[in-house]
Write a protein that binds this ligand. Structure first.
Ligand code: DOR
Ligand code: ZN
Length: 351
């Protein structure tokens, strides 16, 4: 039985939602992640320093007493975001990034950005204050095939953005393609990328062959095997541009298994580091897990690395087929199936 002790990890991209859902998500994320970048796509979104401060307080009120968890807040960019809002965010000490959702690209992105060039003054201000830009990198043009949307976004928007703002630190979120891996590798150290556990563990065959699996539907959508292999190679390579971001995105079962459609988002927070460990172990990459999960993200965000450790063992346990989620139920990734790693202790948790 293999074991692995690593520095305590952080999650650089997570959706905790709000209200009745917040207790469950905060409970799960604070099990062993010390910090997490909290996505702002609430309804209505987190638009200002005040919104972020209040949301942060609501999260902190749900952290179990014996744990310490630091939510790192983000703002949601719209066509109306002003340079003043950015300055205020940068001075807040609690806001670490702004999130760019192209309007209509994904769940709760309707209030997102329609004209990316229109936000150039905002990016200028972010660059000036060293505030990071987290990007959902997919075009929304209805004529572009959904499997090509990330690739086209790189050409149409990311390349010009990087040229225009060479000192802006950009996180290309939840990358899914070989083109995204190549783009990040060819960029300066100002460009980082998060990779989810589900994009490392699955490809579109897993989602579509036999029957459509709602638990595996997310955006950007899972791609073909060749892209999955490129992501695995990047994540296990030790290249500090690539780091952990679960994009754990819960939806009640009624929104995932619905005759009118399936909401995009995979819930992985019940077994996040365990699923990453499995992906890394399956590809002879366990030695690279600590850098990816616990070092490179903190370095990219200019924050200290954690000092505690967690210990994982290779052992099989079965995920619950359903979890409680506010007044509803949620079907997590791997529901009713085995996970092959488990966290056995966390040196930073007081008992
Ligand atoms: O699948 C996704 N779900 N992708 C996103 O970008 C958003 C997320 C959500 O909020 O549910
Ligand atoms: Zn997300």
């Amino acid at each position: 039985m293999r074991t692995l002790t690593i520095r305590q990890p952080d999650d650089w991209h997570v959706h905790l939602r709000d209200d009745a859902y917040l207790a469950a998500t905060t409970q799960d994320v604070s099990r062993y992640f010390a910090r997490a970048i909290i996505m702002p796509n609430l309804v209505p979104p987190v638009l200002t320093r005040l919104d972020a401060t209040r949301y942060r307080d609501r999260i902190l009120s749900q952290v179990p007493e014996h744990r310490s968890f630091n939510p790192l807040m983000t703002l949601y960019l719209t066509d109306q975001t002003s340079a003043e809002t950015i300055k205020d965010a940068a001075n807040s000490g609690i806001i670490h990034a702004c999130k760019l959702y192209p309007a209509g690209a994904t769940t709760h992105s309707d209030a997102g950005v329609n004209a990316i060039e229109g936000l150039y003054p905002v990016f200028e201000e972010m660059q000036k204050h060293d505030l990071r830009l987290a990007v959902h990198g997919e075009v929304t043009d209805a004529s572009v095939d959904i499997f090509d949307r990330e690739k086209i976004f790189i050409e149409q928007y990311l390349e010009p953005l990087v040229q225009q703002f060479p000192d802006l630190k950009i996180i290309f979120e939840h990358i899914t393609t070989t083109e995204a891996v190549d783009f990040v590798k060819a960029s300066t150290h100002n460009i980082g990328a998060t990779i989810t556990a589900h994009h490392l563990l699955y490809n579109r065959n897993d989602m579509l062959v036999g029957s459509i699996k709602p638990t595996l539907y997310c955006l950007p959508v899972l791609k073909r095997d060749r892209h999955q292999q490129a992501l695995i190679k990047a994540a296990t390579s030790g290249d500090p541009s690539f780091f952990l971001g679960t994009d754990s995105a819960p939806h009640p079962v009624s929104a995932k298994e619905n005759a009118c459609g399936c909401a995009a988002g995979c819930y992985t927070m019940h077994a996040a580091i365990e699923l990453y460990a499995e992906a890394f172990a399956n590809n002879n990459g366990l030695h690279a897990l600590e850098g990816f999960a616990s070092c490179y993200g903190a370095d990219f965000y200019g924050l200290p690395r954690n000092t505690g450790t967690i210990k994982l063992i290779e052992t099989e346990w079965v995920c619950p087929s359903k979890m409680r989620f506010g007044e509803s139920d949620l079907v997590p990734l791997r529901a009713g199936e085995a996970v092959h790693w488990q966290v056995v202790n966390n040196s930073s948790e007081s008992s």
